[in-house]
Design a protein around this ligand. Structure first.
Ligand code: 0RA
Length: 651
């Protein structure tokens, strides 16, 4: 923290100056406290406030949380917990409420609940939210009173006041993020809905409601959704697998508390081939896994393997089994709540407390041991599936080796269809994966060949959501993508860390028509990246191009438009209705543009729009992909209808 001289100003004691200095530091360096100023950081504010109410629920005092976004972009979180204490703190002479809201890390002083969410991306304290808000109103129902205090940029505007009587208890925090700090202060309803759904599964029996007053239906009713999970993680797994075919009648459920650590796991096998393990530490996603996931995997391999060997079930297996064979078609959620979580320093997406491996493996093992004995039929189904997975893995390895050998032997090793760029510097190079040979041809003419490579894809690529591994590597389009990108193919543990040093382009752009077929093809390609090369998405290398939807023309003046609103504006600007001299061209496909237009609108870094694909919420993304690419039609249709306004699927 910078040691500036702060002039004592009217009414503030020395104590409050320290506090102000603390909060001022948050405003000066928001990145250090909430991870930046982008839309992700904006949503960290919500998590931060929500976490406090969830902590109150975990301590057993709260079973309802209401989140409301007002029309004027304020967000409020209200709970029915005990209420933040309001009594006067003897050292400072200030209300505990004021200290919690204005001092960094003051929250912990008043609260001894053992699973307090701290040390992750969240856990910076509600005072940080206060510091980064133009205006914040805290209201507490406690001791029969309603207490209230307001703040601007974290500074109290008055003493804590009693403003009325209350016959209930609880806390409400309502804030307006500071638009001069954040890139945007528009909360994203989908992001919040995903997070609230996840929170309700991770913290069962807490009713969480979400109201978005910015979004009203024809009758003027605001968007409303309620989340409640009676059983927790087994229901989470059912939700994740709702469009997959389950193998077990009920998910296997593990719940244990040991050494002050709460461990909960739910797992289910499905008829698919992908492994989907979602892990959490103190309700925070750990996409990189960590010691808790290692413990889980260890138990799965060990107990299923022992069981199969004891019952002589591997006799017909011609190959060795490996750990991953036990996880094909497995969907699992692993959640730990631990007093002092340690996260791997750099990314903070992986938990590293070493004691977790044996704690989780022990807890899962205890349950599996009995489950296997009590469910022999289901156990056999799983072991048969493991044998199939091991067999398929060997077939896949052969197919994979063929892809790799070809890329080493065949001349440059690059696919014939690829028009490569001349730069060899991946950081500045881009590859466009283009729908169809004809658009591919136009893109080749229009590109800047120094840094832009073009690879046309013929028709629909394989749906990897449904295909077995070796089929994936036999597919020509997929082989071409792998070889063009230059990365080592591999899904096995030791190869999994994609050889990113060999990646030939740091921008991989999916460019498809703005129609239904085009969205389908984009989704197929995204599914492929999500399932087989997730790291490319995580690193921000995957983009979707957005070609314009309209060209509005009058005489020599021409305006490209990407949505209806822009079209209307352009029409007004050029003076009038269609046919009155104004010509509106609706682009249905990339092929309707010539090379120059395609360059200008869609490929030129100076003027194009591209969507960078990010994974906001891994569990939610998995659910969407399995639903979009799975067998069941109704949920897919519903999703597409609901999201029809967006040309592309935003993951
Ligand atoms: C510390 C002590 C007590 C309540 C809380 C913290 C509390 C904090 C928040 C933040 C949002 N909602 C909250 N609800 C409760 C109460 C101690 C007591 O009553 O004995």
């Amino acid at each position: 923290m910078a040691e500036e001289n702060v002039q004592p100003n009217g009414g503030y004691s020395a104590d409050s100056i320290t506090a102000l200095k603390g909060l001022e530091a948050v405003r000066v360096r928001p990145g250090m406290y909430v991870g930046g100023t982008d839309v992700r950081a904006l949503h960290h504010l919500v998590n931060e406030v929500l976490d406090n109410s969830i902590d109150e629920a975990l301590a057993g005092y709260c079973d309802r949380i209401d989140i409301v976004i007002s029309e004027d972009n304020y967000l409020s979180v209200k709970d029915n917990g005990r209420g933040i204490p309001t009594d006067i703190h003897s050292d400072s002479g200030k209300s505990a409420l004021e200290l919690v809201m204005t001092e960094l890390h003051a929250g912990g002083k008043f609260d001894k609940s053992s699973y307090k969410v701290s040390g992750g991306l969240n856990g910076v304290g509600v005072s940080c939210v206060n510091a980064l808000s133009t205006h914040l109103i805290a209201e507490v129902h406690r001791n029969g009173n309603v207490y209230r205090q307001e703040y601007n940029e974290g500074k109290p505007q008055e003493q804590v006041k009693v403003i009325g009587k209350a016959d209930d208890t609880g806390t409400s925090v309502k804030f307006l993020p500071d638009a001069t700090i954040f890139d945007t202060i528009d909360f994203n309803a989908d992001t919040l809905v995903g997070r609230l759904r996840e929170m309700s599964y991770l913290n069962k029996q807490v009713r969480i409601t979400f109201t978005d007053e910015r979004n009203k239906d024809e009758e003027g009713k605001p968007f409303f959704q309620e989340f409640f999970s009676e059983e927790g993680l087994p229901e989470f797994v059912k939700y994740l697998d709702s469009t997959r075919q389950a193998v077990l009648e009920h998910p296997i459920h593990v719940f244990a508390e040991k050494d002050n650590v709460a461990i909960e796991v739910a797992m289910q096998y499905n008829s698919g081939y992908s492994e989907n393990i979602f892990s959490y530490a103190n309700n925070i996603q750990t996409p990189g896994g960590g010691t808790h996931v290692n413990g889980f995997k260890r138990a799965i391999t060990r107990y299923f393997k022992d069981y199969a060997e004891e019952n002589n079930m591997f006799a017909k297996l011609k190959f060795d089994v490996s750990g991953e064979d036990f996880r094909e078609g497995l969907t699992a959620v692993v959640s730990v709540k631990i007093p002092e979580p340690q996260f791997k320093s750099q990314t903070k997406d992986e938990i590293s407390n070493s004691e977790l491996t044996s704690l989780v493996s022990g807890a899962v093992g205890n349950v599996l041991k009995y489950w296997l004995e009590e469910n022999p039929k289901e156990a056999k189904t799983i072991i048969d599936k493991v044998i199939l997975a091991a067999t398929a893995r060997h077939a896949a390895r052969k197919a994979r080796e063929m892809v790799q050998r070809k890329s080493v032997l065949g001349g440059s090793g690059l696919p014939g269809k690829l028009a490569d760029c001349s730069s060899k510097n991946a950081a500045e190079s881009e590859i466009f994966l283009v729908e169809g040979d004809s658009a591919g041809g136009t893109a080749k003419q229009g590109r800047d060949r120094f840094f832009q490579a073009i690879m046309p894809l013929r028709g629909k690529i394989l749906n990897v959501e449904k295909a077995m591994e070796h089929k994936i590597f036999e597919n020509d389009e997929i082989k071409n993508i792998y070889t063009a990108l230059g990365v080592t193919v591999g899904t096995e543990e030791d190869e999994k860390a994609l050889n990113l040093a060999k990646l030939r382009y740091h921008k991989i752009v999916i460019m498809c028509d703005a129609d239904v077929d085009g969205s389908h093809i984009s989704t197929l390609i995204l599914t492929f990246f999500f399932r087989k090369m997730k790291e490319l998405i995580e690193r921000g290398y995957i983009y979707v191009a957005s070609p314009p939807l309209y060209l509005v023309k009058k005489g020599k003046k021409a305006i490209y438009c990407w949505n209806e609103e822009e079209r209307k504006k352009a029409q007004e600007e050029l003076g009038g209705k269609e046919g009155t001299g104004v010509n509106i061209q609706r682009y249905k496909g990339l092929g309707e543009m010539n090379a120059e237009q395609l360059w200008e609108t869609t490929m030129n870094p100076e003027s194009r729009y591209m969507k960078q694909i990010t994974i906001d919420n891994a569990a939610e993304a998995d659910h969407v992909f399995s639903m979009l690419m799975g067998d069941e039609v109704p949920p897919r249709r519903e999703f597409i209808e609901k999201n029809a306004v967006y040309a592309n699927v935003d993951v």
